[in-house]
Structure formats: structure tokens, C-alpha cells
Ligand binder design. Structure first.
Ligand code: I3P
Length: 109
């Protein structure tokens, strides 16, 4: 599963609220592989800087939970990703089919 998403950080690992100034939406090209959601700058940077990405810009989805963010009304097609280490992110997907696909792929890989 891969595709462009917008990502917003809500809670940092440990469960602390993401500080103001770091709560904005940012576009990434996301690829899901080996239980890791890699967040690349764009589709041309896939495969490059993989070590950097794996350390700085990836979510380990083992024991993660993805749910439709029905309570978030500012954008459409958004899901919430809660990680095992209590971080929380919102992701905006392309459309309702893409949303269901991301949620199911993350929860059932
Ligand atoms: C955030 C940015 C986000 C906004 C967030 C702001 O500012 O404007 O779009 O979330 O609101 O803090 P910054 O870019 O300076 O981090 P929404 O789009 O969901 O409103 P928040 O603090 O209420 O999450």
C-alpha cells in the first residue's frame, strides 16, 4: 500500500501533546512495508535515505490501531493512528475508498 497522505502529529511517543508549532499538516508519500509505515518526501525519494527515514520519519505499526477519525471534522477521509508507544497521528487520505484501504491495511497486515 502506498500513496500521498497529509499527516498531523497530535501526541508524541509517551503520550505528551505535540507542542504548538509542530501540529501542522504535512504531505508525505507513504509506503507500508514490513510493518513499517515509511513517510517519504515524495514518490521519487522512495529507496533513498532509507536509514534516515527509518530513524526519523517512520511509524512502526506493530500493535498500532488505525480508526476512522469521525470526530475530526475539519478535513474529510481522515484516520487516526495510535501507536504502541502512545503516539497519535491523523492522516488525510485521497477519498473514502483510500481511507478504508489504509485503515484495513494497517490493522490487518
Ligand atoms: C497548527 C496548524 C494545524 C492546526 C493546529 C495548529 O499550527 O495550524 O493546521 O490543526 O491546531 O496548532 P502549527 O502549524 O503552528 O503547528 P487543525 O488543522 O486540525 O486545526 P491544534 O493545535 O488545535 O491541533
Amino acid at each position: 500500500k502506498k500513496g500521498y497522505v497529509l499527516k498531523k502529529c497530535c501526541l508524541e511517543p509517551g503520550g505528551k501533546k505535540t507542542p504548538l508549532g509542530k501540529r501542522g499538516w504535512k504531505m508525505f508519500y507513504a509506503t507500508l512495508r514490513d510493518m513499517v509505515l515509511f513517510l517519504h518526501k515524495d514518490e521519487h525519494s522512495v529507496g533513498k535515505n532509507q536509514l534516515y527515514n527509518s530513524l526519523h520519519n517512520a511509524v512502526h505499526i506493530h500493535h498500532c490501531l488505525a480508526t476512522m477519525a469521525v470526530d475530526y471534522r475539519k478535513k474529510r477521509h481522515v484516520f487516526r493512528l495510535q501507536s504502541a508507544d502512545q503516539a497519535e497521528y491523523l492522516f488525510q487520505t485521497a477519498d473514502s475508498a483510500d481511507l478504508v484501504d489504509w485503515v484495513n491495511t494497517i490493522n490487518f497486515v
